[in-house]
Design a protein around this ligand. Structure first.
Ligand code: IPE
Ligand code: IPE
Ligand code: MG
Length: 259
């Protein structure tokens, strides 16, 4: 939706009377540099990154965040050295296998977005099994973006709508922002309220291009494996201090929140 995000006008859950985002989307960047700084191979940074995920997941669940989306592997990350890519795939396999029981026990619902067909059959099966096991859980939704690209997501939505026009179900004029929003990934969930990128780069790197239209952006130099509970609180604090206007004036928004 281009107008009011449902997340902008409803009262968010709060801890210590602070506005808490319903949906947090994170680019977990800086694993490689974290390891290189320690004279270790890059994969050690990725391993440490998995540990950081655990802490952030707990912090988000405790704060009342409903959806946590993590960018784990982009459609462009295939360009990395073969060795790093295969180690990342291995890590993804083992982490999924190891963590899924714990996620399930904690009532977390796991979802994976991205072009899963690009992965090995074994990994595809592990993903499907994890999603099926946790499907009916009612706690936090953890979304892993894997072989994901924002352009892929928008293109796929366009293809779905083009097919429906071809089939005579829709006319060209029926293709509206609202219809597009129904076809991109995570259409059934609130749009991200807070975007976090660790690792010091200020770019989106083909993350959720459509969904981030009105998201509050937060960039930090902290490398992902060092992103701890305090770092998460800092991001929440920054989010809480912002006025989301969705195109209106600051005065209008202030008046709306008074009434
Ligand atoms: C992010 O860390 C994790 C993935 C992209 C898989 P990087 O591996 O990009 O770490 P840096 O940016 O090289 O430090
Ligand atoms: C973005 O990080 C992708 C993930 C964190 C999975 P990159 O490290 O791949 O981004 P660029 O290449 O620096 O833009
Ligand atoms: Mg990087």
């Amino acid at each position: 939706m281009n107008g009011d995000s449902p997340t902008g006008t409803t009262a968010a859950a709060s801890t210590a009377s602070q506005k808490i985002p319903r949906h947090v989307a994170i680019i977990m960047d800086g694993n490689g540099r974290w390891a290189e700084k320690r004279g270790q191979p890059r994969i050690m940074g990725h391993r440490a990154g998995v540990e950081a995920v655990r802490g952030v997941l707990r912090g988000c669940a405790d704060a009342g965040v409903e959806v946590l989306t993590l960018f784990a592997f982009s459609s462009e990350n295939w360009r990395r050295p073969k060795k790093e890519v295969s180690l990342l795939m291995e890590l993804f396999m083992t982490a999924l296998g190891r963590e899924v029981k714990r996620l399930h026990k904690n009532n977390v619902r796991l979802r994976v977005i991205g072009d899963i067909a690009g992965f090995s059959k074994a990994l595809q099966k592990r993903i499907a099994d994890a999603e099926a096991l946790t499907h009916d859980n009612t706690g936090l939704t953890l979304v892993i973006a894997a072989n994901y690209g924002g352009r892929w997501d928008v293109t796929r939505a366009a293809q779905q709508l083009a097919q429906r026009v071809k089939d005579g179900e829709l006319t060209v004029a029926d293709i509206t922002p609202e219809r597009m929003a129904e076809c991109v990934s995570l259409a059934d969930l609130p749009e991200p309220d807070l975007f976090i990128r660790t690792g010091g780069e200020s770019r989106i790197s083909n993350f959720m291009l459509w969904q981030l239209a009105y998201t509050e952006m937060y960039f930090t130099d902290v490398l992902w494996p060092d992103f701890d509970a305090q770092a998460l609180q800092n991001a929440f604090g920054s989010f809480a201090s912002r006025q989301r206007r969705f195109g209106r004036t600051g005065q209008q928004v202030a008046e709306m929140s008074e009434s």
